[in-house]
Design a binder for this molecule. Sequence first.
Ligand SMILES: Nc1nc2c(ncn2[C@@H]2O[C@H](COP(=O)(O)OP(=O)(O)OP(=O)(O)O)[C@@H](O)[C@H]2O)c(=O)[nH]1
Ligand SMILES: [Mg+2]
Length: 201
Amino acid sequence: MIFGRSQRGKPPVEPVTLKILVAGGFGVGKTTLVGAVSEIRPLRTEELLTEAGRPVDDVSGVEGKNTTTVAMDFGRITLRDDLVLYLFGTPGQERFWFMWDELSEGALGAVVLADTRRLEDCFAAVDYFERRSIPFVVGVNCFEGAARYPAETVRQALDLDADVPLVTCDARDRESVKDVLIGVVEHAMTQAADRRRTVTT
Ligand SMILES: Nc1nc2c(ncn2[C@@H]2O[C@H](COP(=O)(O)OP(=O)(O)OP(=O)(O)O)[C@@H](O)[C@H]2O)c(=O)[nH]1
Ligand SMILES: [Mg+2]
């Protein structure tokens, strides 16, 4: 485990700040995830879903949903005294995907949130990060009423590479989300170390 408590008496250090993206399809819980874990009041860019948008905004599975992210969510979490994560939640709907290139600039890694009732909605996010070699972890957000599948089944359905971590989570739960974010940092570090090894051998 790379995250221990800092020792008393040590001089304060400037924290390392890392940028993490939170991506995935429409309504999978990205805004909820950033809000659950952020220690600052998260910046949100929510707009009401309208009657006019009904043909394109598919709310099946999240019928209670009446707003959607149109630009981004922004939050911050201090994982350790010397390690701060800035979280950028992406908009889920395809018509706002032009934002993704801007948001992914300088990102260490990403969480792709998935809802097993609509797995296909996160294919595009998985593709996006694979193509750009941005390390990502898949977080299966467990909505009530959604069938639970073995991790291996979800992994196969998403056609994930063997080294991509897949974890179940609850986007509303701070500790659960924290574990996912630690997973992203650890995975990104492992990938970076592997890459260095390949370059030097
Ligand atoms: N039961 C349950 N509901 C959740 C969970 N995560 C999110 N929700 C609900 O699902 C709905 C969608 O959540 P959002 O966080 O707005 O989803 P989003 O991915 O940001 O949506 P877009 O920005 O529109 O793509 C909200 O009504 C949340 O309250 C979860 O883990 N369990
Ligand atoms: Mg959102």
